[in-house]
Structure formats: C-alpha cells, structure tokens
Design a protein around this ligand. Structure first.
Ligand SMILES: Nc1ncnc2c1ncn2[C@@H]1O[C@H](COP(=O)(O)OP(=O)(O)O)[C@@H](O)[C@H]1O
Ligand SMILES: [Mg+2]
Length: 274
C-alpha cells in the first residue's frame, strides 16, 4: 500500500548547496504551475523564509508557520496563506525553524512529521482548504532533519543545479541521501529531474557545464534550462514571483516551459497517456 497520498503530488526542491536556485524555482515553478491551472501549495521549510518573502508574505503575518507544524503546535492547514497568484498558496517559515531539529530529535516520528502533516491535509474534508494538485517543498541548504522530512514526504525530488564550475560537486552525496531515505523511510521517492539554473549564454563555461551535466546525468536533466536573468533576481524584493513582475522576461518564460515539462513527466511517471 502507498504510504503517500496519490494527490497532491509532492515534490521536494533540494540540494545541500546554497544559492543554486531552490527558492527561486519553488516560487516561479509554483507560479507557473498555478498559471497553467494547477492548485499549488509551496511549503517553506527553510528558516531563511525567502520563499515566503518572495511570495509577498510579510514576516509579521507569519503567526503560524512550518515551525509550528514540525513541532506539532498546529496543523499544516492552519498555516496556509493566500498569495497574489491565483491558485497558489504558501505555508510560511520563520527563523524558529533553526531550532526545530533539537526539539524533535528525541521523537520517534522525527523524520515523518512533515509527511504526517501533508497526509492529514490531503485527508481533510474541510472545504476552506484547497484541493491541491501539487505541493512544492523549498528545502534548506543542508542535508539536515528538515530536508530528510521533506524527502520522506515527497513522491520525488527536483534538484536545481547552478551552471557553474562545481555544479556536480556534492550531487553524489545528495543522491546517496536519496537512496538512504528510499531504503529507510520512503520507498516511493524518485528523482523527478535536475534543472540547470542561472545559465549565462555569454559565458562558454555555462554551455560546458550543461553539456557535462547532460552527459553524466542523461535523461534526468530537464530540457528546459533556466537562464540567468536580472528580472528573476529583482522580483523577490517586490514580494512578487518573476512571472508577476515581468511575465515576458526570459526567466519567466523558462519557468513556464519547465512547468509544462514537469506535468508531462508526471504523466509519464504515472503511466497516463499524454
Ligand atoms: N535565473 C536566475 N537569474 C538571476 N538570478 C537568479 C536566478 N535564479 C536565482 N537567482 C539568484 O541567485 C540567488 C540564489 O538563489 P536562490 O533561489 O535563493 O537559491 P537557494 O534557494 O538554492 O539558496 C538569489 O539571489 C536569486 O535571486
Ligand atoms: Mg533557498
């Protein structure tokens, strides 16, 4: 029997390296999926809270956060806030999450707390809670207990890799963590794909990295490559996804293509005819 609900599909955005585009992808892929009709929840599992900020959630409005969910103070449903994007919601985080590892370390279900929270949400008959089709979990830049919780709660992992010289460094460690989680916690976990981010067409190194990563990781790499685009990096300071800030910019357009590719891949993974 499946340990994860069939719906929503839960994807963890994970890479223990910081600054590779996890949060930017959570915000903009979430927005792009919502734009093409999906009902999306972004769960902010990084104490930095940048996904929440980038989706326009003021720190003062984060009374209940993923910290409270992880410690069992409240349900996931209670934390969910609306965003300016139709069909996109967020469960925000706060700095309190920094301490959560110590607080839950002794609990036997410490690695399953997020999975249990998502299951409760999926089973809820409360009509005020949207019937999400996708949940995207923005992970912290570490392979800590928060990331383990995300992997244990997810159908698949989506790995952002920055187009830089050391792109593949650390990937084997991440993939071995995925194998460990699969063996011990969540047999359903699969690798959804690798998304290359911050591609700079004026830089030969970027093209070299794309070629290397495709050669090493083959079909796991999405066709869509996210370009480095100043509009994408400006948008969070306005509390907006790039797709709302400038829909026409190359970064927004790339995230729309990535969303279609992900939906396509989901259909293949689930054996549904495209
Ligand atoms: N496609 C892009 N173009 C330009 N800047 C980007 C792009 N993607 C991410 N960035 C910037 O790079 C930095 C790191 O991205 P972020 O998504 O926060 O990474 P992570 O969550 O993996 O730490 C941020 O300042 C972000 O605005
Ligand atoms: Mg981040």
């Amino acid at each position: 029997m499946s340990i994860l609900p069939q719906s929503p599909r839960v994807l963890a955005l994970a890479n223990q390296k910081g600054g590779v585009g996890k949060t930017t992808t959570a915000i903009n892929l979430g927005t792009a999926l919502a734009a093409i009709g999906e009902r999306v929840l972004v769960i902010d599992l990084d104490p930095q809270g940048n996904a929440s900020t980038g989706l326009g959630i003021d720190r003062r409005d984060r009374d209940l956060s993923t910290y409270d969910v992880m410690t069992g103070e409240c349900s996931l449903a209670e934390t969910i806030l609306d965003t300016d994007v139709p069909r996109l919601w967020v469960a925000p985080s706060t700095m309190d999450l920094l301490g959560v590892e110590l607080e839950i370390a002794a609990r036997p279900d410490r690695a399953h707390r997020l999975r249990n929270a998502i299951s409760t949400l999926a089973q809820s008959r409360d009509e005020t809670i949207p019937d999400f089709s996708y949940v995207l979990i923005d992970c912290p830049p570490s392979l800590n207990l928060l990331t383990i919780n995300a992997l244990s709660a997810s159908h698949s992992i989506l790995v952002p890799l920055q187009c830089e010289f050391f792109a593949l460094e650390g990937l084997s460690q991440l993939l071995s963590t995925v194998e460990q989680v699969k063996a011990a916690l969540n047999p359903e976990l699969s690798i959804h794909g690798i998304v290359l981010t911050m591609f700079d067409s004026r830089n030969n190194l970027s093209s070299q990295v794309v070629a290397d990563v495709r050669e090493t990781m083959g079909d796991a790499v999405y066709e869509t490559v996210i370009p480095r685009n100043v509009r994408v990096s400006e948008a969070p300071s306005y509390g907006k996804p790039a797709l709302l800030y400038d829909l026409k910019c190359t970064g927004s357009q790339a995230y729309l293509r990535l969303a279609s590719e992900i939906i396509q891949r989901e259909r293949t993974l689930r054996g549904v005819a495209a």
